[in-house]
Design a protein around this ligand. Structure first.
Ligand SMILES: [Fe+2]
Length: 196
């Protein structure tokens, strides 16, 4: 098989070192012949989500969160940009409902397809902790801090950790600073791959 730019984006060992996507996400992206830039972006967001989960597991063992759902959501959240590739390099939200519909059409269960529609709407009511974490990973990827989103995450952490919100914020802030420090390397990784 000829290694296309998409194959390379999905297998690129870095730098920065990024974990491989879940096999089902890789299969979907290859089936859809996703733009290479999208593959690279999903690798980067998935890796940030994995790093957040690596921290959460021991730091907040009582936080009720489905790790596999977060990882799949991070790995597919922008998949609607295969239908609306202009939103890879410009603004737009048409990829959000389109992405959810696309995943459902490919047999992905609704609880895993929801991230494609919700990742930019973290201020909507009834966002699950899993959805907030995917939204957070999508921001921290580029070192962007989003106080409203972080406040929502801190609320979940403080309850799970039985601690004051400011304590949870201090811990989260350290982790986000650390992950955010590598934003330039992740953005450079994405930029190595074409949008079309
Ligand atoms: Fe994204």
């Amino acid at each position: 098989m000829i290694a296309t730019a998409l194959h390379r984006a999905l297998a690129d060992p870095g730098p920065p070192a990024l974990r491989p996507l879940p096999p089902r996400a890789v299969e979907l992206l290859l089936t859809l012949d996703a733009p290479p830039r999208l593959g690279a972006h999903l690798r980067a967001v998935h890796d940030v989500a994995a790093r957040l989960l690596d921290w959460l597991r021991p730091a907040y063992p009582r936080l009720d969160v489905d790790h596999d759902a977060v990882l799949f959501g991070a790995a597919t959240h922008d998949i609607g940009k295969t239908i609306h590739p202009e939103e890879l390099s410009g603004p737009g939200s048409r990829h959000e409902p389109a992405g959810r519909e696309l995943l459902l059409r490919h047999g992905v269960p609704a609880e895993l397809a929801r991230f494609a529609a919700s990742h930019a709407g973290w201020d909507r009511p009834a966002m699950s902790t899993e959805e907030l974490l995917v939204s957070l990973a999508d921001k921290i990827l580029k070192g962007r801090r989003e106080p409203g989103l972080e406040t929502l995450v801190v609320g979940r952490l403080a309850v799970a950790g039985n601690e004051q919100p400011w304590e949870a914020f201090m811990r989260l802030d350290d982790v986000l600073d650390g992950i955010g420090a590598e934003a330039d390397a992740r953005l450079a990784f994405q930029a190595r791959y074409p949008t079309g």
